[in-house]
Design a protein around this ligand. Sequence first.
Ligand code: SAM
Length: 231
Amino acid sequence: MDEPSPEGRTSDEGLTSPEVLKVIDKQPYTLNMNPGVSVYGETLKKISGIEYRYWDPSRSKLAAYLRKKGKEFDFQENMNILYLGAASGTTVSHLSDLLTGGRIFGVEFSRIPFTKLLGLCETRKNIMPIQGDANNPAAYSFMVGQVDILYEDVSQKNQVEIFIKNSTMLKKGGKGFLAVKARCIDVARAPEKIYEQCIDELEEAGFVILDNRDLGPFEKDHAMIVVEKKV
Ligand code: SAM
């Protein structure tokens, strides 16, 4: 497994624009869309008068994927994302920093994190909060339309099924990020076997697997599976 290191994940490699994602002291940071405000206690740093927020890989599986040299990290400023399992908005807030001209539709069904997410949306206008159950996409698909990226982090036994159901909103050629929590699917089986099973199910549903990365040591027994929707 690769050693975690964000080195080289700079705009020079064409990840995203240099202004919004920066490597400072070998750590990932995003440009703070709401200067002076730390969303979840993350460190704020100013470089030449511009404020950046530390993107903590032990708090965000997408930051962990980046630190594990995930090769499909391609978030462009005008993209729209459907994000399932938004919680209080830790990862969503960093996507909000990155997608300055896009929208993040954040679906969350638990009241307490959703209330915090609503607070975040007051200052970050590119986040569209949706209180709903990701098992029932028909309840919100009319608000979302078609998106460039489908991201899921719901920690449920049927996480692949939920992902497939919601993929009707993913554009052809769009990418999907599925943060798999192996222990939610089966506590007794080896995580690697569970990731293989998820990949089989995704391939059967017509997705092409682009990447599959264990997120340890940042997130134990988790993997990020990245797919492309071909049809
Ligand atoms: N993605 C978040 C982040 O990085 O900031 C953390 C997500 S947390 C691991 C999983 C979240 O998914 C919880 O807040 C939970 O309430 C939510 N969730 C689980 N099942 C869901 C469902 N069927 N529909 C909507 N939200 C769900």
